[in-house]
Design a protein around this ligand. Sequence first.
Ligand code: MLC
Ligand code: AMP
Length: 468
Amino acid sequence: MTTQNRLLAGLLEARSDRHVSVDGTTLSHAELLGAAAAVAGSLDGRQRVAVLATPTMTTVLAVTGALLAGVEVVPVPPDSGADELRHIVDDAAPDLWLGPAPDGTGVPSLTIDPAARASYEPGELDPERIAFVLYTSGTTGLPKGVLLSHRAVAAGLDGLVDAWAWRADDVLVHGLPLFHVHGLVLGVLGPLRVGAGLTHVGRGTPQAYAAARGSMYFAVPTIWSRIAESPEHAEALRGARLLVSGSAALPVPVFERLRELTGLEVAERYGMSETLITVATRADGSRRAGWVGVPIEGVQTRLRAEDGSDVPRDGESVGRLEVRGSTLFSGYLNRPDATAESFTEDGWFVTGDVAVLDPGGAHRIVGRESVDLIKSAGYRIGAGEIESTLSGHPAVAECAVVGVPDDDLGQRIVAHVVLRAGRPAPDPTELTAYVGEHLSAHKRPRAVVFVDALPRNEMGKVQKKRLL
Ligand code: MLC
Ligand code: AMP
């Protein structure tokens, strides 16, 4: 079954009194649609394009143009190191780079002209058609490509439009990266589906958030916590309608400090690349620090004990959080094994998060099941990926990477390294730079600790909890 491609329904209205501004470049919706339609018109016969997702208007035009054309988008972190970039290009096999391309990938590129204009008629499209291949880290191995369909993206956004009463006269402000769900799907496609305004401030600093007057603000807890420490900038947000936090747990003191400074209670929401945002505090609902809200329209959640039995929704009992519904991904690219493993036999997605539910259906995220998935500054980072990279350094015999609690970042990446016999200890910055060259900047350990041996149990397994 096909339907008209109306994922960006609000943008299609081509209003000249709605604006998208990215790092200082502003286009009205009418101009953006014209330029994106020109991009779409150049994509005949293309299946999948890669976009080096810098926080720029070029990225917005590339993504928007490809989606209008029904072409799949692979957003690539612009600071990807060599190994990560090669993996994404080999795994996703894009037809071309849309916009600027990194050197040496062997994939041709197509320039984007922000001044070009074309008209656009929505074509027919299968809602199951993939909109994005989003790369995200697992506990081990290289990042996996999460396949997100037009159906999932539309359902996810509509659920949030309903939860937050998101309207065409809202102006969203944020400074999030454009290669993940938060900054790209919610933060760019959200306003374009609603027909609302967007101000992307470039780097997400308290100063930049304060200077951009909007009605809604999105940020990860690290940004919120920096705003909370900067009263003059926090106070500038007083006129906003909705402050939203997600991607990691918002510390209760940050919620409380922001309430004092802005007069607003931050609305938390929860989700992940594979499920999109599934649970949200409603604009018209009560806010409780540490709680992330209720399932959005079209989503169901449940809590399971290790033996598969139901965990009571009593506000106290902890269980594994499972999700199903219209926002779910269509599997991992080229990884049917990993896809199958992530679902229960009866078709629920296993999030890997541990949560509590109250009788009213509100969720509190308690933590993750695995110590090997780290959340630092809102980025999901697999310990295994950093460990295998570090193990390739000539001085490293073995290593263990953990996420240590950190007031600013949520978790801070720390690498415990055993050196090869007879090797002098390298400067720790050499090892962190090595990770940055191979993976991406946000995967660099913040600290390197040299140890004689890693703590192991009788089976020889590294006991990471003892490193925390
Ligand atoms: C950082 N630096 C280091 C380093 N780590 N230097 C040496 N070694 C290391 N290990 C440097 C940086 O390069 C930078 O330098 C300086 O230290 C400050 O870095 P920072 O502390 O990381 O701050 P900043 O650059 O300001 O970035 C913070 C941030 C950013 C919060 C704005 O991390 C961010 O945008 N995070 C959002 C991630 C996100 O969008 N996640 C959503 C995933 S989707 P210099 O020289 O540049 O100053 C998802 C679903 C959902 O999770 O639920 O939403
Ligand atoms: P990602 O795949 O990068 O989207 O990361 C998803 C993970 O982020 C989830 O599995 C959670 O562990 C975490 N997460 C997202 N939102 C929240 C939140 N509001 N509170 C706590 N953890 C969150």
